[in-house]
Design a protein around this ligand. Structure first.
Ligand code: FAD
Length: 456
């Protein structure tokens, strides 16, 4: 029998990553008693891996969610603004492409610092956190969840706990989702790996203790079917990520000897090499990780369970939106709790009805942006198109908003709406770019006016 949560104010969350921790804060502020279980050790006491990437781009959707719990300004204070892409061409030339209008930027933030901050705030709100607890199985009939312990030294014992309401915030490879999937009729599940993996490398601070490159930008070395990017950290280092094919003539599997790595980097990223004294060592020491998209449905089970964050919708990182989307899940859910006065039967249905199409949309946008970042940011025709779109956005800010801006700087526009508008604008621009002499007339008022006339 489903348990109504209307008066039962206790909730179990699995996963104290970015989304589970923020969710626990939202729910605790609404008066729910929260138990939060996390497989890893307490990051505050141990040097544990914070998860996948070392730093992340936090944009307006994530900030809006953080603002609802009073944390936006504090998190901005531990972030570095990135106003645009700084492109490093193979011939050594560089170009800066602003992300949006004057004053718009995304924020580079340390995953570990952000996660620790959220865990601290959760605890301050009375959330009970159980580290070293790994969900192993669930009995949906008895509402029982089992945890194995992941530390020998802490004298913990495997635990079975009853839940009234359960959230799965345990990431892309969610163990809780698997328990949901295996015991659910007609559960849709799709997972898709791209042919590229990623590896992180470091650009240290200079000998003078400064940033080695322009600070307030996301650096990209686009090289057709692969790319290197770099985001700044507060300690004046940059974390670089090489997105690179797993297999093929130029691939992780092929770069299997020191000299091959050196030759490849020196030929391909000539301006980055002098800034990365340890890249060869790091290349062999650091893991190569894969990138997956997960789409599934349903996200909820009766009135007692919901998926959230990457557990519901893992996406590739090329729009910098995975965490932002998960934070938005939390904000929307919180608004629904308010709207329906804690009646979970209505809240859950509306949560998945609203969020599923948006998660699908950002998943598709993220895959498409991979092509844009690695292939097109170095293509002159694409750059001209972006220049025209930038002018249209400046001249007609309410009529022409590029898809990137809709996703990144318009937190009240749904991802599904951003996808639709973006596709419509792209169709228009494809035609415009075929115009003979576009290279000369791109700045004509008449051209801009004719494009705007095509907007519905
Ligand atoms: P996770 O961060 O994966 O957290 C899940 C938590 O659950 C973890 O703490 C894990 O230890 C715990 N857990 C797992 N299994 C169990 C279990 N069985 N029992 C108990 N606990 C468990 N997003 C952005 O918005 N901007 C970016 O710039 C960006 N860059 C990225 C770069 C890369 C290379 C990658 C891979 C991702 C990037 N993302 C980015 C996406 C972002 O990392 C994720 O969307 C975000 O971490 C999702 O948060 P989450 O809490 O849902 O899942």
């Amino acid at each position: 029998m489903a348990i109504s949560m209307h008066d039962e104010k206790s909730i179990t969350i699995v996963g104290a990553g970015l989304v589970g921790s923020l969710l626990s804060i939202f729910l605790a502020r609404r008066g729910y008693k929260i138990k939060l279980y996390e497989r890893r050790a307490d990051m505050r006491k141990n040097q544990v891996q914070a998860g996948r990437s070392i730093n992340l781009a936090l944009s307006d959707r994530g900030l809006l969610a953080l603002q609802q719990v009073g944390l936006a300004e504090e998190i901005k204070g531990i972030s570095i603004p990135m106003h645009g892409r700084y492109i490093h061409h193979i011939d050594g030339s560089t170009a800066f492409q602003p992300y949006g209008k004057e004053g718009q930027y995304i924020n580079s933030v340390s995953r570990a610092t952000l996660n620790i901050k959220l865990i601290n705030v959760a605890e301050a709100h009375g959330v009970e956190i159980f580290f070293n607890h790994k969900c192993s199985s669930i009995d949906w009939n008895k509402n029982e969840i089992k945890f194995d312990v992941t530390s020998d030294s802490l004298n913990l014992k495997p635990q079975t706990s009853n839940f009234k309401f359960l959230f799965a915030a345990d990431g892309a490879f969610s163990a809780v989702r698997l328990q949901h999937q295996l015991q659910h009729d007609k559960f849709d599940y799709q997972q898709y790996y791209i042919d590229c993996g990623y590896k992180e490398l470091t650009i240290p601070a200079t000998a003078a203790g400064d940033f080695a490159m322009r600070t307030n930008a996301l650096h990209i070395w686009p090289r057709k079917n692969y790319m290197l990017i770099a985001l700044p950290n507060l300690d004046k280092t940059f974390t670089c990520t090489l997105f690179f094919p797993f297999e093929g003539p130029l691939s992780f599997s092929n770069l299997d000897a020191e000299q091959k790595v050196r030759t490849f980097f020196e030929e391909t990223f000539p301006d980055a090499v002098p800034l990365m004294p340890n890249y060869v060592q790091e290349f062999f020491d650091n893991p190569t990780s894969s990138l997956v998209t997960v789409k599934c449905f349903p996200w909820i089970r009766e009135e007692k369970f919901a998926l959230i964050g990457d557990a519901a919708h893992a996406i590739v990182p090329f729009f910098g939106q995975g965490m932002n989307c998960g934070f938005e899940d939390c904000r929307i859910l919180d608004e629904l709790i308010e709207k329906y006065d804690g009646d979970w039967s209505v809240i859950l249905n509306e949560y998945q009805t609203l969020r599923k199409p948006d998660a699908d949309a950002i998943a598709d946008l993220a895959v498409a942006n991979f092509t844009e970042m690695r292939e097109k940011t170095a293509d002159p025709k694409f750059l001209l198109q972006k220049k025209i779109e930038g002018i249209l956005h400046e001249k007609y800010p309410d009529k022409w908003i590029p898809a990137y801006s809709l996703v990144t700087f318009s937190p009240h526009v749904r991802y599904s709406e951003a996808l639709k508008k973006g596709q419509w604008q792209e169709n228009i621009m494809q035609h415009v770019m075929q115009t003979p002499g576009i290279e000369e007339m791109w700045n004509d008022d008449a051209l801009h006016e004719s494009i705007i006339q095509k907007i519905k």
